[in-house]
Unconditional design. Structure first.
Length: 515
C-alpha cells in the first residue's frame, strides 16, 4: 500500500511537472508561432523547449555563430520565425517594419524585455535610460539630452587625447619586452579609463583603489553577469537569487561599485573633487540636470545613470575600435587614406582638438562603415505590450503582433541586406564621405536601415560621445603607430555578451611611427 502511494506521488509529480512545462513554456510559444505562421511568415520549424539552439551551437563551433542569422535571412527574407531555446522570436530585417516598432508613434506598444532588468540590475540598477519605461524614461531622456550635445562634449576631448597617448606609450613599452599584444583587451581597458575619467573626474584618480574597482571589479561583475545570462540563470528570478554560479562575485563587485559612486557623488556635492576637463563632466551634467518642474535626479538615479554610461559607452567604443583596427590592418588602402588625412589635419604630432574633428572625414567614414559591418550590439529585442499591426505600407503585407510577442531586430544581418546597401559585404568607407558643398553625409536608403545605436526615441543617447571618442583614438593611433596583425589568428565574429568580438582577440605587433 505504501509502495503504491509512493508510486502515485512520483507519477503525480511527473505529471505536474510535465503540465507546468507544457502550459508555461510550450503552449504559449507554440500559440505565438501559429499566429505568425497563419499570417504567412516563414521560419524555422517549431521544436519545443530547444528551438534552433542546437543549430546555433553547431554554427558557433564552425565559427559562424554571427553569420548564422545572416544565412537565415538569405533563406527566409526580411521577416521570419526563430526559436531561441523555448522562446519563439519574430526576426525583422525590413526597415519599414523596424520603423513601426522603434518609431515614436508606437513607443508605448513595444518595451524592452522584462527579464532585461534581472540581467543588468546587479551592475547598473533599474533607474536608468537603458531599462526604464514610460514617464520615467521620458523624463530622464529629456533631462539628459542637452548633456550629450557636442557643445557639452567638446571639453572632454583632452581626456580622450591624454588617455589615448598614455595607452600608446604603454603599448610601445610593452612591445619592447614581447612581440605582440592583444589589442582587443588593451582597447577595452583604454575605453573604460576614458569613460570613467569623463564620468567621475578627479575621484577616478584620488579615491583609493578607484581604478582597481572600475577596471577590475566592474569587468568581473560584467563577465559573471554575462556568464549567468548565457546559462539562463539571471532570467529565472529564483535561480538568480541563489548563492551559486558566481553570485558572490557579483554581490561583492556591485557593493564596491556602489560605494565608489556614492563617495564620488558626495565628494562632488561637497566640492572635494572636480571634473578633469575644462567644462562639466558627466557627473556634473547629471547633478545639474532638472526637469520641467525644476527637480533634479535622486542620488540613486544619478548613480544608476553614471554606471549605465560607463557600461554602455565602454562596450560600444571598445568593440568599434577593435574592428576598426582589424579593418585597417587588412585593408592597406584604407589605412593609407587615413594616414594621408591625419598627416594633413594633424601634422607633426599635433594633438587633436574639437576644431580638428570636422576635418577628419575619412576617419569618420571608416568608423561609420565599421559600425555597419560590425555593429557592437548585433541585435536587440522588443516585447509587444499592446496588440498592434505593423507594415501597413509594406509591399509584403502587414503583420499583427500579439501581446507578449518578442521581436528581434538583428542589426548585423540588417546591415548586410543588398536592398539597402549596394555591395553590402564590401567594406567601402567612401559611401559615408560627406558632400564637399553641403557637408552632409549621403542619404541612407532608409533611415531605419542603419542601427548601430538603435533608432527612434530610445536610440543611444551617448552616440555622439562614442563617435567623438573613437575619432580621437583612431586619429592618434594612426598618427603615432605602425601596427601589424599576427598571422594564423581566427577573426570570426563571435557574440560575447551582446557585443560582437573577434573570436580569439586581436593579437598585434605595434611599433612607433616616425613622425
Amino acid at each position: 500500500m505504501i509502495l503504491l502511494f509512493i508510486i502515485y506521488i512520483i507519477f503525480g509529480c511527473i505529471f505536474a511537472l510535465a503540465a507546468f512545462i507544457y502550459f508555461k513554456l510550450v503552449y504559449p510559444q507554440k500559440r505565438l508561432y501559429n499566429i505568425f505562421r497563419a499570417q504567412g511568415i516563414p521560419g524555422e520549424p517549431f521544436i519545443p523547449l530547444v528551438g534552433q539552439l542546437f543549430d546555433m551551437m553547431h554554427a558557433s563551433k564552425e565559427n559562424k555563430g554571427v553569420e548564422y542569422f545572416y544565412e537565415l535571412s538569405q533563406k527566409n527574407g526580411g521577416r521570419f520565425l526563430f526559436g531561441f531555446g523555448p522562446l519563439t522570436r519574430l526576426v525583422l530585417l525590413e526597415a519599414d517594419l523596424i520603423a513601426d516598432v522603434l518609431g515614436r508613434a508606437n513607443v508605448e506598444n513595444y518595451h524592452k524585455p522584462s527579464d532585461l532588468i534581472n540581467i543588468v540590475k546587479p551592475i547598473i540598477g533599474v533607474h536608468n535610460l537603458l531599462v526604464s519605461e514610460g514617464k520615467e524614461h521620458e523624463r530622464a531622456r529629456k533631462m539628459l539630452n542637452p548633456a550629450f550635445h557636442f557643445v557639452n562634449l567638446r571639453s572632454m576631448i583632452p581626456i580622450m587625447s591624454n588617455e589615448t597617448i598614455k595607452a600608446i606609450d604603454s603599448f610601445l613599452l610593452k612591445s619592447l619586452s614581447k612581440t605582440e599584444i592583444d589589442l582587443d583587451n588593451e582597447l577595452s581597458a583604454l575605453t573604460l579609463s576614458i569613460i570613467a575619467s569623463s564620468a567621475f573626474g578627479q575621484s577616478f584618480e584620488t579615491i583609493p583603489h578607484a581604478k582597481e574597482i572600475i577596471c577590475y571589479s566592474f569587468n568581473d561583475v560584467k563577465d559573471m553577469v554575462t556568464y549567468r545570462t548565457l546559462h539562463m540563470i539571471n532570467q529565472v528570478k529564483f535561480l538568480a537569487e541563489l548563492p551559486f554560479w558566481g553570485k558572490n562575485i557579483i554581490d561583492n563587485g556591485a557593493k564596491q561599485l556602489n560605494e565608489f559612486v556614492d563617495q564620488t557623488i558626495a565628494d562632488r556635492r561637497s566640492k572635494k573633487s572636480m571634473s578633469l576637463c575644462s567644462g562639466q563632466d558627466i557627473l556634473d551634467l547629471l547633478l545639474s540636470a532638472i526637469d520641467d518642474k525644476g527637480e533634479g535626479f535622486s542620488d540613486q538615479q544619478i548613480k544608476d545613470e553614471a554606471l549605465t554610461f560607463v557600461l554602455a559607452g565602454h562596450e560600444t567604443t571598445a568593440t568599434l575600435m577593435t574592428w576598426a583596427f582589424y579593418i585597417l590592418m587588412t585593408h592597406n588602402d584604407v589605412l593609407q587614406a587615413c594616414r594621408e588625412e591625419v598627416d594633413r589635419v594633424l601634422p607633426n604630432g599635433t594633438i587633436p582638438t574639437y576644431e580638428h574633428m570636422s576635418n577628419l572625414q575619412v576617419i569618420e567614414a571608416v568608423l561609420y562603415e565599421t559600425l555597419r559591418l560590425y555593429p557592437p550590439a548585433s541585435f536587440f529585442v522588443r516585447e509587444c505590450t499592446k496588440e498592434h499591426v505593423i507594415g501597413s505600407n509594406s509591399e509584403k503585407g502587414e503583420i499583427r503582433i500579439p501581446v507578449g510577442a518578442m521581436i528581434v531586430i538583428h542589426v548585423y544581418a540588417l546591415h548586410r541586406r543588398e536592398e539597402y546597401w549596394p555591395q553590402a559585404l564590401k567594406f567601402d568607407y567612401k559611401r559615408w564621405i560627406r558632400d564637399p558643398s553641403t557637408g552632409l553625409k549621403p542619404k541612407l536608403a532608409h533611415s531605419y536601415a542603419y542601427l548601430p545605436f538603435a533608432a527612434g526615441p530610445r536610440n543611444c543617447i551617448g552616440q555622439n560621445f562614442a563617435i567623438l571618442e573613437a575619432k580621437v583614438m583612431l586619429a592618434l593611433f594612426v598618427q603615432r603607430c605602425e601596427f601589424e596583425l599576427v598571422s594564423g589568428q581566427n577573426f570570426a565574429p563571435e557574440i560575447v555578451g551582446v557585443t560582437i568580438k573577434p573570436k580569439n582577440g586581436l593579437l598585434t605587433r605595434v611599433k612607433r611611427r616616425n613622425l
